[in-house]
Design a protein. Sequence first.
Length: 185
Amino acid sequence: MPSFDQLTLQTERLLLRPFKLDDAADLLSIFSDPLITKYGITLPWTELETAQKRIQRDLKEMPVGDSLCLAIVRLSDNQLLGDCSLFHFSEQCRRAEIGYVLRHAAWAQGYMQEALLALIQYGFSELLLNRIEADIDPMNLASARCLERLGFKLEGMLRERWIVAGVVSDSAMYGLLASDWAARS
């Protein structure tokens, strides 16, 4: 994979860019919200150090192409709204997994759809991926609707895949093929 540390993508309302260390407080404010982590694989964050370590990990992985994690920033006020990422790359199979999170105050405004459109387009057109996969909690209906609007297909369920703080949850596995994406355009 190429280096991602200089990559930026822009949409009508958003700038997708690599995280900076001074984004840590904003990232903590997102991941400390129990509504955000309800369907995730982590408990709400309580320490600024957790956000700093996450950003440092991304800054280490992006230059060598191990993962692509971009901050979602609203252009109108420069507010950090969340992130979107491609990770678990398989170069041989031309496959990656997609992940995303959005600040609760920005829900239901089309921001995630807009950000993911740009990221998916980059994945298929620039990285020449053949397949993008998503693993979500099947109870997260808003995330499922977002994926389905983008053309992802529910391909199966993995029972009791995650255990977070003693809570067991399943995984709904979604997939989007480059050929599906091209047919949409």
